[in-house]
Design a protein around this ligand. Sequence first.
Ligand SMILES: *Cc1c(COP(=O)(O)O)cnc(C)c1O
Length: 359
Amino acid sequence: MMGNRVYNFNAGPSAMPLPVLEEIQQEFLDFNHTGMSIVEISHRSDAYQKMQDETIALLHKLLNIPDEYGITFMQGGGSMQFLMHGANFLKHRGGYINTGVWSKKAKEGAAFYGDVYDVATSEGEGFRRIPGPEEFDLLPDTDYVYLTSNNTIHGTQWQAFPHIDLPLICDMSSDFLSRPVDVKNFDFIYAGIQKNVGPAGAVIGIAKHSYLETARQDLPIMLQYKTFFDHDSTYNTPPVFCIYFVNKVLHWLDERGGLKETERINKEKAAFVYDAIDASDGFYRPHAAKDSRSLMNITFNLVTPELEKEFVSRAAEEKLIGLKGHRSIGGCRASTYNAVTKEACERLADFMHRFRKVH
Ligand SMILES: *Cc1c(COP(=O)(O)O)cnc(C)c1O
């Protein structure tokens, strides 16, 4: 590990692959022999276009995205999508599988454009689990069903996605490219990149072309998904540096063996931490139900908030950073995104064992 870099378990923005950071640093002054930085060249130049085309091709390859889907880059973060998906696709009624803070916010964002309701929710149980299909309650005139693939704050994740006879919209912000996904099961996917694939400032959208055709068009241009997809992300200046960064991360993922291999590594990594929790005789109390556990965000409590505070500060003394839970639910959280190394997770597990013994 380089110099004073730490073991970073931040929830977002979060750890990025070190080889990617180094490569970007190296070519920051001269992008692809242009004699200019990537942030200094025109988004209408050939050099830029080539890079963006390659990024999109790599996304198609890694996620196995069929040709009937388009890909675009947008700004405004995940939160802008809470509004935009509703603006484009909510005509009568939007159904939400409410699994936590982010799906709730999406529902509230879309409510500006029509009726919204919970198809299912685990709110009564502190969002500890992902509801099963037998719990779904669909109302007539539902335009789409919306879900959040990984609940960053509560530490739950869909293990298998439901098949529903309606358009399916998914927020994959916090587990995008962490595992293979059957894109064909969805009509619209979006992911803010700052959790797993780049710096804050861009959202990747993946849409089925035929579904895009159904979007409302009586909207301001910058609220219409079609504007971004039809203009190949360059209706206006795209988030150039973000896209370039994603390009590097995609190469890194591809070179290490793609999403299957990435999922295998992520499982191995998360197991270190979950095993430390499960072997602790109740010292560490997992927030998520076992069958809903996230491979990306591992949430747990200690007996008292004071002990949690001490856990976080002692961990920081060993360069294990970012373990405080989200302000809305407290407790502790270890985010083990793609770029978090196996070594980091082993160190955390080892620290957890030692901390328990001392207390
Ligand atoms: C972080 C996060 C968001 C919010 O993203 P912003 O870019 O901060 O608006 C939305 N959804 C999920 C699942 C997230 O993890």
